[in-house]
Write a protein that binds this ligand. Structure first.
Ligand code: MN
Length: 721
């Protein structure tokens, strides 16, 4: 920076020199020398990079970035934005790289250039008119930094100003894109002059003939009405002076496109459009605005319903003014805007006025903070007006986006919540696309389905007809739609698979009962469904597959409809008769050893058949809550059989105790299956464990009563579990 580079060698070529000199002049009006040096360095970099490139008009290409920078300098943007503007096309159109920019001009500049290049890459398809709003949101969301949008708008503005060398078709395409996308963005950001100029330039290139006719008509009207306008302006000035209100009064012509729109919307002929003129009154402070309004209403009568107070209730873009329309002389409506100097600045420069370069050492952060504060203050004003929700929507979408906007292969824009992945996108396109997706191409590159989408991504889902949703997708989908469709599919798939398994198990059970599955017909099923709580055969099969019903139980239930329960032979000889077990294999649980008289439950155990537990068996407390696995059973009344039961007896440590207890058991006509002892060191008591054979609970009670008669026995209890 210290050594002056050969000024002559790098000075702009003749055709650019005046433009660049004017830019330097503007810069000198608000920037420090070292900043200007930086900008000159950027200029030389850009010029060298674009060397040998020309615009369609034949000018050296560098004239374009210089002009764009000049527009931004008029808005007093900060040095990084100006440097980025000079370099905004080098990454796209020349050999220069982002890394080079970072090294030479810093990351902030490189990021801005990158942001502009990204916006350039997405192309708006004019056929999709309804998509305009989404596209605008996408651009704003992508830009992140307001300066990127400002550079892009200046870029578009200059391109629109210099389109004459292009083919009519290209001019129309660019003009309609500008009308649809960029002019509304300029309007939303409060850049009124840019907005108006973009609209008029678009109008001119889109409908050259209508533009010419209207332009002529307005010129002629201006001639005719000049006298009236002059009179009105003088009258306004005079009346304000009389009221001692200091004000600047200026006449203003409506821009052509807004006249054209009015004619279109209200089907008016040009001669019927009267409010071609407006007046602007700029005063010192807010109270004076209202004062001036009162004064002007006493000059000409206001047209009812035309008064708008944008001071109390600013527009979403921050615009403030009082608007009124008066009945002027010769019944000409006259539009008047009244505002303060500050409001005027915002009205003309919009959001840019908050990005104005400050010559002090303030950093970007602070500038951003100011913008944020500005938005915040707008927010507060807006919430007073009660329209906060809508306003918040604007701010959120425009500057603090929580949505992403992506393209489908057909160019449609989809809006998804932030964090959405390719799977969300697939389901947003169509449920079938979601259910069948296997991979995705993002910006034409194959990517995993879990990839999070970013603004402007071009997303193409790859499907195959055999593909199925994967439960793992639930971990990374962000939309409710995708989530519910995946869940639904998994549930359906699970039940179909379970039903298939259930059918196989049922057929096995039927064959074990010497019945061919084909012999079971609809009538069997109808009867079974009538007697059970199931709604369909499918449900029963699914239950079997899921282990909620036992195949042998269902098989016997199906057969039971054919033969009555009494006629049917019970299972193997010697089986315990337990009612409700319907002839299936029955086992007594080895944990609780149920005996007749105990309240019992049948637990359906795959492979083991029905296992009988006592109601209070501690091993089953864990799954007692699953009623689907339990069968209500009870003991048959005529059992002639012995059952094993376990008891423990606590006795005093004395000789011959075991013999005494054994004798008592024998006296109660029970057999001892097994005995074990548990002696604790130093304890005065011993615990004896007995496995006994008893007929029933009643029999066991008799055994216990006998043992209790022994004085040295301190405690007797039955062991379960
Ligand atoms: Mn450009």
């Amino acid at each position: 920076m210290e050594t002056a580079t050969g000024q002559d060698a790098s000075s702009p070529p003749p055709s650019i020199a005046p433009a660049f000199d004017r830019l330097l002049e503007t810069l000198a009006s608000y920037l420090k020398t070292e900043d200007i040096d930086q900008i000159e360095a950027a200029y030389r970099f850009s010029e060298a990079a674009h060397e040998g490139q020309f615009r369609v008009s034949g000018e050296p290409y560098i004239s374009h970035p210089v002009a764009v920078t000049a527009i931004l300098a008029e808005w007093h943007l900060d040095p990084p934005a100006l440097i980025a503007a000079l370099l905004h096309d080098v990454v796209e159109d020349t050999a220069a790289t982002t890394q080079q920019l970072t090294e030479t001009f810093g990351k902030a500049v490189a990021d801005l250039v990158d942001g502009v290049s990204k916006l350039d890459k997405i192309e708006f398809q004019t056929e999709a008119h309804a998509q305009g709003e989404n596209f605008r949101k996408m651009l704003l969301a992508m830009a992140r930094d307001v300066r990127v949008i400002l550079i892009k708008l200046a870029d578009r503005l200059h391109n629109m100003r210099t389109m004459t060398a292009m083919s009519p078709e290209k001019r129309r395409r660019i003009a309609s894109e500008t009308l649809e996308i960029y002019a509304p963005i300029a309007n939303r950001l409060g850049l009124n002059n840019v907005y108006r100029e973009l609209e008029d330039l678009s109008f001119q290139n889109l409908y050259p003939n209508r533009y010419q006719v209207l332009e002529k008509a307005v010129k002629a009207a201006r001639g005719h009405r000049r006298e009236v306008v002059g009179k009105v302006q003088t009258a306004i000035k005079q009346r304000l002076e009389e009221a001692h209100i200091e004000a600047q009064v200026s006449g203003r012509e409506k821009h052509l496109y807004s006249v054209y729109k009015k004619m279109q919307e209200k089907s008016l002929a040009f001669s019927e459009v009267f409010d071609l003129y407006g007046f602007r009154v700029i005063v010192q402070d807010v109270p004076t605005c209202y004062l001036a309004l009162g004064v002007l209403h006493s000059l000409y009568k206001p047209i009812p319903g035309k008064f708008k107070d944008y001071i109390a209730i600013p527009k979403a873009n921050g615009y403030q003014s009082l608007h009124t329309t008066l009945f002027g002389p010769f019944a000409t409506p006259i539009e008047i805007q009244i505002r303060t100097q500050d409001m005027h600045k915002i009205a003309e420069a919009g959001v840019a006025s908050h990005w104005l370069y400050k010559s002090s050492d303030e950093r970007i952060n602070e500038v951003q903070q100011q913008t944020h504060q500005w938005l915040q203050s707008l927010l507060e004003i807006q919430s007073e007006s009660g329209d906060a929700v809508e306003f918040l929507e604007h701010i959120k979408v425009d500057l603090f986006p929580d949505e992403v906007y992506v393209f489908t292969p057909k160019g449609t824009i989809l809006s998804l919540p932030r964090g959405a992945t390719a799977v969300d996108f697939a389901y947003a396109v169509h449920t079938d696309v979601g259910n069948r997706c296997v991979a995705v191409r993002i910006n034409h590159e194959l990517s995993p389905l879990r990839t999070e989408l970013r603004n402007g991504d071009h997303v193409e889902i790859i499907t195959t007809s055999q593909a199925k949703p994967n439960p793992a997708w639930l971990n990374y989908v962000a939309t409710g739609k995708a989530r519910s469709h995946i869940r639904h599919f998994l549930k359906t798939m699970q039940s179909e698979e379970s039903a298939a398994l259930g059918e196989r198990l049922l057929n096995q059970a039927l064959r074990a009962l010497q019945v061919e599955p084909a012999q079971i017909g609809d009538t069997h099923w109808e009867k079974l469904l009538k007697e059970s709580s199931a709604k369909s055969k499918q449900e029963v099969l699914t239950d079997i597959g899921l282990g909620k019903r036992l195949n042998v139980v269902v098989a016997s239930q199906l057969l039971a409809t054919e033969q009555s329960a009494g006629e049917r032979k019970s299972g193997q000889p010697g089986a315990i008769a337990i009612r409700g077990s319907e002839g299936m294999a029955v086992q007594l649980a080895k944990c609780c050893h149920p005996i007749p008289g105990d309240p019992i439950l049948g637990y359906i155990n795959k492979g083991k058949g029905l296992v009988i537990h006592t109601h209070d068996c501690p091993t089953i407390t864990g799954y007692r809550d699953d009623p689907d696995k339990w069968l209500d059973v009870e003991w048959a009344s005529d059992i002639r059989k012995l059952f094993v039961v376990r008891i423990k007896v606590m006795v005093a440590n004395q000789r011959g105790m075991l013999a005494k207890v054994a004798a008592a058991i024998a006296a109660a006509e029970s057999n001892i299956d097994n005995i074990s002892m548990e002696e604790e060191d130093g304890s005065a008591y011993t615990t004896l464990h007995f496995s006994l054979q008893v007929e029933s609970r009643y029999h066991l009670a008799q055994v216990i009563r006998q043992i209790r008669k022994i004085p040295e026995v301190s405690r007797i209890s039955r062991v379960k579990g």
